[in-house]
Design a protein around this ligand. Structure first.
Ligand SMILES: Cc1cc2nc3c(=O)[nH]c(=O)nc-3n(C[C@H](O)[C@H](O)[C@H](O)COP(=O)(O)OP(=O)(O)OC[C@H]3O[C@@H](n4cnc5c(N)ncnc54)[C@H](O)[C@@H]3O)c2cc1C
Length: 376
């Protein structure tokens, strides 16, 4: 019976905690081990688009997430001078009473997930990981980093792009590919006029603002880079302001004035990764960024991690055998996640080619969001 199953979730990020909530909602026992000794979530914002909100509704987390976030129904596109050139109306997939999309501080999303996981009785251990996995018949024998041992019906690696579970269970895995892009993000107070995501296409970079609470918004800037180098930590604000120089208009002038504190700036070279199907070996599966890491061009990397978790919990509760449900999981997840990873990389490549008109970017985005609106 599904309710007697016991699952080990490795990694307490967005995928792992969502899976813990989704499993507990279905009455399935779950242990979560998280490598970090304490929750220390960087406070930059993240978008949750319609399909993600719909998935969160399925596990009873929509209201809490929306209450902690800032909701809107469209994305506005402008040129480098700040002149509007188009807008993308987003469908309200979570229901007419909910916004089409939200942005939320990562720390706020994490608070919602950890609180729900604990309320529902998931066991969460910090500062712990798996040391060894031994697949024996219908169970996986796990040895933890502190020497403890336990057996599980399924082990799910939700431990991100550098997944240790993937390393333990898979013989050969392709490397993540460097996209030639870096993403800057900085949090600042939200002016009242910024009530939805606004994206500005410059000649060298793309920038945007995204309101993630009543009081705050975050700036993002995508910059082509030659290699995986990082500016000096105490110089981040100076370098970012330089990148913003190509943008005119009121919004970007405000943003530039508020890029003052290097400690409030996050800079990341971007990699992309898609694990070939299937994402499991025996009874060890990886989901979220451990299986598919994407750039933020569709604001959907966490979204597909959340969907993975919701679909997996549904299948685990269905009464199917573990091999059957893993097979069905791949049938429902692979093509959709590949679409996100490959389209996001393509949008990034298009940004590097300044001869491609802005219209082509949002035509591709619109077509992809339409596809992602289909049921999972
Ligand atoms: C700049 C940027 C902007 C983004 N913006 C968006 C956005 O707007 N919308 C969106 O949907 N997505 C966005 N994403 C993508 C999103 O952040 C990721 O897809 C998402 O965080 C993946 O969640 P995860 O839980 O799979 O992995 P992670 O977030 O990497 O979490 C993995 C967890 O596992 C833990 N861990 C690692 N190793 C071990 C181990 N050996 N044992 C135990 N625990 C371990 C880690 O400490 C961590 O808690 C963005 C990504 C970036 C880089």
């Amino acid at each position: 019976m599904s309710s007697s199953r016991k699952v080990l979730v490795v990694g307490g990020g967005i995928a792992g905690l969502t899976l813990a909530v989704a499993l507990r909602r279905r009455g399935i026992a779950v242990d979560v081990v998280e490598l970090a000794p304490r929750w220390d979530i960087l406070g930059v914002g993240i978008s949750l688009t319609g399909p993600t909100l719909r998935a969160l509704a399925g596990i009873g987390l929509l209201d809490r997430c929306v209450a902690a976030a800032f909701g809107f129904d469209r994305i506005v596109f402008a040129d480098a001078a700040g002149r509007e050139v188009g807008a993308l109306a987003m469908p309200r997939l979570a229901g007419p009473d909910y916004p089409a999309t939200v942005a939320i501080a990562r720390s706020a999303l994490h608070d919602v997930l950890i609180r729900a996981a604990q309320e529902l009785g998931a066991s969460v251990t910090l500062g712990a990981t798996v040391a060894a996995l031994d697949q024996r018949g219908d169970a996986v024998a796990v040895e933890f980093s502190d020497g403890a041992r336990a057996a599980y019906d399924l082990v799910v690696g939700c431990d991100g792009i550098h997944s240790a579970v993937r390393r333990l269970a898979f013989d050969q895995v392709p490397d993540a590919s460097f996209t030639g892009l870096a993403v800057w993000r900085a949090t600042m107070p939200r002016p009242a006029a910024i009530d939805c995501m606004r994206v500005f296409y410059g000649r060298k970079t793309k920038a945007g603002v995204n309101p993630h609470s009543r009081d705050d918004m975050f700036l993002f800037l995508v910059q082509p880079i030659a290699d995986d180098c990082r500016p000096q930590a105490d110089e981040l604000h100076v370098v970012l302001r330089g990148q913003l120089d190509e943008f005119g208009g009121e919004v970007m002038a405000y943003v530039r004035d508020h890029v003052t504190d290097p400690r409030r700036i996050d800079y990341r070279p971007m990699n992309a990764f898609l694990l070939p199907a299937p994402w499991y070996r025996g009874r060890v599966l990886v989901i979220g960024d451990a299986a598919h890491t994407t750039t933020p061009h569709l604001a959907t990397g966490a979204g597909i991690a959340i969907e993975d978790a919701v679909v997996l919990a549904e299948l685990l509760a269905s009464g199917l055998s573990v091999p059957e449900l893993l097979d069905q999981f791949m049938a429902r997840r692979f093509a959709r996640c590949r679409l996100v990873v490959e389209t996001a990389v393509k949008l990034g490549d298009m940004e590097k080619d300044t001869t491609i008109p802005i219209q082509a970017h949002f035509d591709l985005m619109r077509a992809t969001f339409r596809k992602l609106a289909e049921p999972i």
